[in-house]
Design a protein around this ligand. Structure first.
Ligand code: SAM
Length: 279
């Protein structure tokens, strides 16, 4: 394994600190530092950027982010067993790594960073989607972060980048694509992880747009999209009946056939409908 820093190989770190993987914490570790450096590079130029990492574990991606030049990494880790290993990394990169022990769902870590901010993580699968939705729905847009570079199960990655007309297209695609440029940056087989998970994974890159792609009130848009996809097999005139009593008129006014189903409606059309309903 090529050396990206003077620290011991990750297998050694795991053995020294007895970091046997815990399933309940979604622990599937990346031990190849070339791979973690490659993931870090998908976040773009990190020099002059603060990075939030959720779930550093033994620190493979953390080391990648630091070696790739992040100004500072703030790493939030729930498993206290990982802290001694992370402290060694902090010693090797003085002043550039801060580790916070705790649950990323309970800590507002972004408040502790200085823009520009990137978020980069090999997320625990059980909290990944919830964190993504939180990052995509800040109180105001643009958010404090510029980019998200995140590992997901392949199926979740497909839902984030899905286009209308596909099975994977739904609320997550609309939420992400309304205000971000999104793409799948890397595919990873189960064997890339220790222990290997049952599913394949993918790294998704999201870049926040300065302004939403199309104008819409976020609350109305979310309501329409949720109603449409909660009954995705129904025609919109039925699935959106609860949103407005004269939904057919509104759909016709923005050029959406009331007989369409939600999965055929583009982000632009959903935004037009949200404006029509709010106007
Ligand atoms: N980043 C490491 C890597 O790539 O090898 C570990 C990734 S592992 C998939 C997920 C990590 O998230 C584990 O270290 C786990 O302990 C941690 N974790 C799980 N739930 C968490 C939570 N709610 N908040 C913070 N960290 C969490």
């Amino acid at each position: 394994m090529a050396m990206i820093d003077g620290l011991p190989p990750l297998r050694e770190v795991i053995a020294t600190h007895d970091l046997s993987a815990k399933k309940a914490l979604g622990q599937n570790f990346l031990l190849d530092l070339n791979l973690t450096a490659k993931i870090a590079r998908q976040a773009g130029d990190l020099s002059g950027t603060d990075v939030l990492e959720v779930g550093p574990g033994p620190g493979g991606l953390t080391r990648g982010l630091l070696a790739e030049g992040a100004r500072k990494v703030l790493a939030v880790e729930k498993d206290p067993r990982c802290l001694p290993a992370l402290a060694e990394i902090a010693d090797a990169y003085p002043g550039r790594l801060e580790v916070v022990e705790g649950d990323a769902l309970a800590i507002n870590a972004l408040d502790r960073l200085t823009p520009p901010i990137a978020i980069c993580a090999n997320l625990p699968y059980n909290v990944g989607t919830e964190l993504l939705v939180r990052w995509l729905t800040p109180p105001a847009w643009p958010p404090v972060w510029n980019t998200l570079t995140l590992m997901f199960q392949k199926e979740v990655a497909e839902r984030i980048v899905a286009k209308p007309g596909s099975k994977a297209y739904g609320r997550l695609a609309i939420l992400a694509q309304w205000r971000c440029d999104v793409h799948v940056a890397m595919h990873l087989p189960p064997e890339a992880f220790t222990p290997p998970p049952k599913v394949s994974s993918a790294v998704v890159h999201l870049r926040a747009l300065a302004e939403p792609r199309f104008e819409a009130d976020p609350k109305i848009l979310e309501r329409v999209v949720a109603a449409g996809f909660n009954q995705r097999r129904k025609m919109l005139r039925a699935s959106l009946k609860g949103v407005s009593p004269n939904i057919e008129e509104h759909l016709n006014a923005v050029g959406i056939a009331p007989t369409e189903r939600a999965e055929q409606v583009s982000v632009e059309q959903f935004c037009a409908l949200a404006r029509q309903l709010g106007g």
